[in-house]
Design a protein. Structure first.
Length: 241
C-alpha cells in the first residue's frame, strides 16, 4: 500500500498476537522479507501474549537477530481497576488515566525486562509514559541490561489535565498508555535531555470524534484508545485554548 506513495523511508513492525508453530516459522519468513522488528502487547485481551509466550517469542526473535518493541501495561490490573471504577458507577473521561495507572506500566516494564533477561535479548520499550516505568529501566540499565526506550510527543507535551476538558472533548486525548501527570512529563524530558531515550515516535493513531470516539459517550472504557501523534505543532495551540 505504501509503495511508491511514501515521501520518507519506512520499515514495518510485525505484530505477533498469537503464538504457535506456524507463527514461529513465519518469523524466519519475515526476516527474509526484511522485517526484523516486532510489536508485542502485554495489555488488550485480543492482542496480548502471556508470560510463557513472551519468553518463547523473545527467544525466537533473538535467534533471528531481530528485536521486539513491547506495549508495557499490565492488562489484568487494568481490567480489575476498570471493573472497580465501573462498579462504583464512575463513567467520566477523567477516570481514563486512573483506569490505566502508572503502576500497571511499571509492573509490565519490570516483568518484560525480567523475561528478556532470561531470554538473553535486548528489548525496545515503546511509548514509555511514566516516571515509574522509567525508573525500572534506569535500574535495569545500571545492572547492565540493554534496553531501548521510545517515548512520544504526547507524553512530553500533554498531561492528564486534558481529560478535564468540558463535555466529551477530552475523548480526543484518550490513548494508551494514557497521558500522565506533570511529574511524569518532567521525568521524561529529563531522560530525553540525558540521552536516556533512544527514540521519539508519534504512536500516531487517530480516530474521528464522530462515530468513533463517540462509541464511548456513556462509558469512557469504550472510547477507542489513540490520538494524533503527528501534528505536534498543533498541540501547543490546542493546549493554550
Ligand atoms: Zn502500543
Amino acid at each position: 500500500m505504501a509503495d511508491g506513495k511514501s515521501s520518507c523511508d519506512y520499515g514495518f513492525h510485525m505484530s505477533i498476537t498469537d503464538w504457535n508453530d506456524e507463527a514461529k516459522k513465519e518469523i524466519k519468513e519475515m526476516t527474509r522479507q526484511g522485517v526484523t522488528s516486532y510489536k508485542l502487547y502485554m495489555a488488550y485481551d485480543n492482542l496480548r501474549v502471556n508470560d510463557k509466550e513472551l519468553f518463547e517469542i523473545l527467544s525466537a526473535i533473538e535467534e533471528e537477530h531481530g528485536i521486539a518493541g513491547v506495549h508495557c501495561e499490565n492488562g489484568d490490573i487494568i481490567k480489575a481497576v476498570t471493573e472497580k471504577l465501573k462498579a462504583e458507577e464512575r463513567h467520566s473521561i477523567r477516570l481514563h488515566p486512573k483506569s490505566r495507572p502508572a503502576e500497571a506500566e511499571a509492573e509490565a516494564v519490570n516483568r518484560l525486562l525480567t523475561i528478556a533477561k532470561l531470554a538473553g535479548t535486548p528489548v525496545n520499550i515503546v511509548h514509555l509514559s511514566s516516571r515509574q516505568g522509567l525508573k525500572v529501566v534506569q535500574r535495569a540499565r545500571k545492572e547492565g541490561q540493554q534496553v531501548f526506550v521510545e517515548t512520544c510527543p504526547q507524553y512530553l507535551i500533554l498531561d492528564e489535565k486534558e481529560y478535564n476538558r468540558p463535555g466529551f472533548s477530552g475523548a480526543a486525548f484518550v490513548c494508551a498508555p494514557p497521558l500522565r501527570k506533570k511529574e511524569d512529563r518532567e521525568a521524561l524530558w529529563e531522560a530525553v535531555a540525558k540521552g536516556e531515550v533512544d527514540m521519539l515516535g508519534t504512536d500516531h493513531c487517530s480516530f474521528n470524534m464522530k462515530d468513533q470516539k463517540t462509541r464511548g459517550k456513556d462509558d469512557f472504557t469504550r472510547i477507542p484508545d489513540g490520538l494524533r501523534g503527528c501534528p505536534v505543532a498543533e498541540y501547543g495551540k490546542v493546549h493554550t485554548e
